[in-house]
Design a protein around this ligand. Structure first.
Ligand SMILES: [Zn+2]
Length: 264
């Protein structure tokens, strides 16, 4: 509570735009306006804010029309928030109910190279891999894995919209940090993603499995390049529709997103 007050008092003397997010990136004005529009008719959120911070700050915000800040779920400032979803669809594809479980894969993992278990698992199409076999086959894309916003339905941190599908798993990470290939594969995309991903790299691991890395500050690979598991492919960033430094990591099976945590 006291932290909130300190934030409020400190921020109150700054220009209004700075209050929008505690991350160093200021939202584009169009989005901010949209968020304000959506946030305005929510007395509950405003009330919660007034109880959570000093009345003085709350009233100042209300008077300047900046109550939009209270509707953003990422006001803690510790975890970077997110991007606009590319498609609002509810997809929870992971594996068919009758998919065979590859019992052999875990047993041979230790005797194979780092990518061995994944290769073993992907002897069948990725869409046929059961959850138990998929778990743990991908390597960590970051040296420090701090999950923030999870895959699936959520409230948009940018628009305040309820029920958007978050197409990947976010990890809180400073900008400029090494991002690693989660497994060996071939780069199929390296460039600007026009639907919010910013600088984005896509790696194809074969048999219908691919991973994507988004909001990157710098891309270090090119299309067609073969990557080893753990190879640096980019530096983390906050490009595209993102409100702060983080990695948006996606796992795709036959070009449809699935929960990355099911493969990590
Ligand atoms: Zn994300």
């Amino acid at each position: 509570m006291s932290e909130v007050k300190q934030h409020g008092r400190r921020r109150a003397s700054l220009p209004p735009a700075v209050i929008v997010d505690t991350t160093p990136v200021v939202l584009p004005s169009r989005r901010a306006a949209l968020a304000a529009e959506r946030a305005a008719p929510r007395p509950a959120a405003r009330s919660a804010f007034l109880h959570g911070a000093s009345q003085k700050v709350g009233l100042t915000l209300a008077a300047t029309g900046l109550v939009l800040t209270v509707s953003l779920p990422a006001t803690s400032g510790t975890l970077a928030a997110e991007e606009t979803p590319l498609v609002h669809e509810d997809r929870t594809v992971s594996a068919r109910a009758d998919a065979p479980i590859d019992f052999a894969a875990p047993a041979v993992a230790s005797s194979l190279d780092a990518d061995g278990r994944l290769k073993q698992t992907l002897k069948v199409e990725a869409s046929h891999v059961a959850p138990a076999a998929a778990k743990g086959t991908l390597g960590a894309p970051l040296r420090s894995m701090v999950p923030s916003s999870p895959f699936g339905q959520r409230v948009s941190p940018i628009t305040g919209e309820v029920g958007e599908t978050h197409r990947g798993q976010d990890f809180a990470i400073a900008c400029g940090t090494d991002v690693f290939a989660a497994a060996g594969g071939t780069v199929t995309f390296a460039g600007w993603h026009p639907y919010g991903g910013g600088n984005r790299v896509v790696v194809d691991h074969g048999n219908g499995l691919s991973t994507t890395y988004n909001h990157l500050s710098e891309i270090k690979v090119t299309v067609g390049q073969k990557l080893e598991r753990g190879q640096v492919l980019a530096l983390s960033g906050t490009t595209g529709a993102s409100t702060g430094c983080h990695l948006h990591f996606e796992v795709m099976v036959d070009d449809e997103v699935v929960d990355p945590m099911g493969w990590l």
